[in-house]
Design a protein around this ligand. Structure first.
Ligand SMILES: Cc1ncc(COP(=O)(O)O)c(C=O)c1O
Length: 394
């Protein structure tokens, strides 16, 4: 979670460099004023190299990254896109914005897309699958990739939480035909708001770049006002200030993720073995970003009791169990195409996932762990599970 924790002199120096070089704040144009500074382009190149992919395109948010990815992939009306029912609303909103129909599938014990349920949800209209690496734990990408291959579907990873993580030595976001990232203020690296789209295919990248800039092809032979275009698009261009901050944050990403893992492991060690606690399993070969420590307890009441005991000790939970409504499709009646696609019965559509999520607890992980946190965590969990507080409202 905490790119914001390490913002400092390096980010400031990169931003000052933009002003020292003439203060051009947009990614393209104004060549005589910018003295060769292209922070967004530099950020894209550095990010692509860090993820081990040939192409990266910076955009204004993780939500925009998804929308641009769907446009570049040619996803639109008449198509269905399957994602997991445990994600942030943005994943489904971007599908709806593209004109396609969102379909959600159950999660498995990793709390990410269940490959078996994914396969059951595929129809002749399915065009793409969007696994999400929720809270920094990789989805089961090899199995999901195999399903996509069997059915000729595009794999688009929502790696909003996955930045800096990997599976089997390959960066999260770099497995799919396209990967999308978020740099909002709660992510492993941040530009305040911002996002990135990565891919291997050059023509996919060109379509994404054009679509995020009103269709501009940035034809080097022409001035911008006479630029060529193959279709319309929108404006999701990142600013130079965000690009500058992103460059500094990217350099810190390995250290942030290493520190988060160390924090998470110390927290996990404090409650491992506590009766009733089951730590969230990760697929073999996972290098998690460790944004949170997630564990299951025996019941919903026990999860709520854990939250109450944590809050009492000045600790917090993150998404689970209390803020699940923004992250569980079973509650999204307001997203009409999703509700209709699931027969108007969203509440009943994902019983297995609901049961898993209701008894899950997620504790946020920081780079700089507050003094005594593992001990307070262990105390809270033991109190909640071994001698449950009376009168916890469910
Ligand atoms: C899974 C997921 N996808 C997409 C997004 C959207 O990212 P942004 O906040 O940068 O628009 C988020 C944000 O938290 C997210 O959690």
């Amino acid at each position: 979670m905490p790119g914001f924790e390490v913002i400092g002199a390096e980010e400031r120096a990169e931003v000052e460099d933009v002003f020292a070089a003439g203060g051009v704040l947009c990614r393209d144009g104004f060549a005589p004023l910018r003295h060769g500074r292209h922070k967004v382009r530099e950020f894209e190149e550095a990010f692509a190299s860090a993820m081990g992919v040939p192409h990266a395109l910076a955009v204004t948010s993780g939500t925009a990254a998804l929308r641009v990815a769907f446009a570049a992939a040619g996803i639109g009306p008449g198509d269905e896109v399957v994602t997991q029912c445990f994600t942030f609303v943005a994943t489904v909103e971007a599908i709806v914005e593209s004109g396609a129909t969102p379909v959600c599938a159950e999660i498995d014990e990793t709390l990410n897309l269940d490959p078996a349920d994914l396969e059951r949800r595929i129809t002749p209209r399915t065009k793409a699958v969007v696994p999400v690496h929720m809270l920094g734990t990789p989805a089961r990408l090899p199995e999901i990739e195999a399903v996509c291959r069997r059915h000729g579907l595009l794999l688009i990873e929502d790696a909003a939480w996955g930045c800096g993580g990997a599976l089997a030595g390959r960066a999260l976001g770099a497995w799919g035909d396209i990967g999308t990232f978020s740099f909002d203020f709660a992510k492993t690296m941040t530009t305040g708001e911002g996002g990135m789209v990565v891919c291997r295919d050059e023509s996919m990248h060109k379509r994404a770049a054009a679509w995020h800039d009103h269709g501009h092809e940035n034809n080097p032979a022409l001035p911008r006002w006479e630029d060529t275009r193959a279709g319309s698009g929108f404006n999701f261009r990142m600013t130079e200030l965000q690009g500058a901050v992103g460059l500094a944050q990217l350099r810190k990403l390995p250290a942030v993720v290493a520190a988060q893992r160390a924090t998470r492991d110390r927290l996990a060690a404090a409650i491992r073995g506590c009766p009733g606690v089951e730590l969230r399993p990760a697929p073999r070969g996972s290098e998690e970003t460790a944004d949170a420590l997630v564990f299951a307890v025996p019941s919903r009441e026990a999860a709520l009791a854990c939250r109450a005991a944590l809050v009492e000790r000045g600790l917090a939970t993150k998404i689970l169990p209390e803020a699940i409504t923004w992250h569980f499709a079973g509650t999204w009646r307001h997203i009409t195409p999703l509700a209709e696609r699931h027969g108007g019965r969203l509440e009943q559509a994902f019983p297995g996932s609901r049961a898993r999520l209701e008894r899950a607890v997620s504790v946020p992980v920081l780079v700089r762990m507050p003094e005594g946190q593992p001990e307070r965590l262990a105390e809270a969990v033991t109190e909640a599970l071994v001698k449950p507080a009376a009168g916890v409202r469910t």
